[in-house]
Write a protein that binds this ligand. Structure first.
Ligand code: ATP
Ligand code: MG
Length: 295
């Protein structure tokens, strides 16, 4: 499901003081795409996600999710929209401390009126998706930070919404755990075909997406590819460089398919270029493997 944002403005009024959280922001996320939104604290990232997700209302501008014009919805319609279309992972975890991992995930399904049997089945599937089958009966304080965050991802997937919004899903986590959590989001994007918008302040986290949008003072200042953000980061590991090159080749393969379908290149050229790219990708994959990285 695609997400389209145009000229989005959000002004908060606190007494006489006005805060312009969003100042005419525009962006487009394609169906099935994973996009990172990166930017400094206070730049409007959470505000943006909350408006896309129907939790907050725009002062002006246009937001469309799939066929729904979110900015035209009444508050009662927003609730329905959220239930059907959006999975939301919050900046501050919102797991219930007295419930187990399985119950926390199940909770988000009760409001949808699913039967007990179907809920149980789905909870099992979801915990498997995030690799927590063994932790189903643990309460949040019996789980690590990364595991808690994966429970939150499973809960956000419970309504099988086509759009997943993740606000700093790795905020409190160390680098290694952050990578594990983010890899699950990538998996959800790739394997379940969800459109994912992930907010983060960490370039290392951001670069797993197809595209990275840089937000500053409530507008998008730049759009970067994973390879570009890796370059911007300066010192980066060899493994990360390999990953960036693989991502870049994958993008080139998609573009090549598009060009061929659009009749821009001949069949022969298509086959040859495709083979070359595939070959390069295979050797990069093998190199990653030799480095001990599981892809
Ligand atoms: N409910 C609110 N009332 C008043 N001002 C708000 C409100 N929510 C956000 N703001 C202000 O709007 C601006 C953008 O806030 P937002 O939470 O979107 O930033 P952010 O990019 O998510 O920051 P962080 O990285 O710290 O989470 C900030 O200046 C913030 O103080
Ligand atoms: Mg925020």
């Amino acid at each position: 499901m695609k997400v389209l944002v145009k000229d989005l403005i959000r002004v908060y009024r606190l007494g006489n003081v006005e805060v312009q959280a969003l100042r005419g922001l525009g962006m487009e996320v394609k169906e099935g795409e994973m996009v990172s939104v990166i930017g400094p604290s206070g730049s409007g990232k959470t505000t943006l996600l909350n408006i896309i997700g129907g939790l907050d209302q725009a002062t002006a501008g246009y937001v469309q999710v799939g066929d729904v014009v979110v900015t035209a919805l009444q508050p009662s319609q927003l609730i329905d929209f959220r239930r059907k279309s959006v999975g939301h992972i919050f900046q501050t975890l919102n797991l219930i401390p007295t419930l187990t991992a399985a119950e926390n995930v199940e909770l988000s399904m009760i409001a949808m009126g699913a039967s007990r049997g179907s809920r149980r089945k789905r909870v099992k599937q979801l915990l498997e998706t995030v690799g927590l089958t063994e932790r189903a009966n643990h309460k949040p304080d019996e789980l690590s930070g990364g595991e808690q965050q994966r429970v939150a991802i499973a809960a956000a997937l419970a309504n099988d919404a086509p759009v997943l919004l993740a606000d700093e899903p790795t905020g409190e986590l160390d680098t290694v755990t952050a990578k594990i959590v983010v890899d699950f989001l990538v998996k959800v994007n790739k394997e379940l075909g969800k459109t994912v918008i992930m907010v983060t302040h960490d370039p290392k986290v951001a670069r797993v997406a197809d595209r990275i949008l840089k937000i500053e003072d409530g507008t998008i200042k730049a759009a970067l590819t994973p390879a570009q953000i890796v370059k911007e980061e300066g010192a980066i590991s060899y493994v990360d460089q390999l990953r960036a090159r693989i991502a870049d080749i994958e993008a080139q393969l998609v573009k090549l398919d598009e060009d061929f379908k659009a009749g821009k290149i001949s069949g022969d050229e298509y086959v040859e270029r495709r083979q070359n790219l595939k070959q390069t990708k295979t050797s990069l994959d093998e190199e990653l493997h030799r480095m001990g990285v599981v892809t």
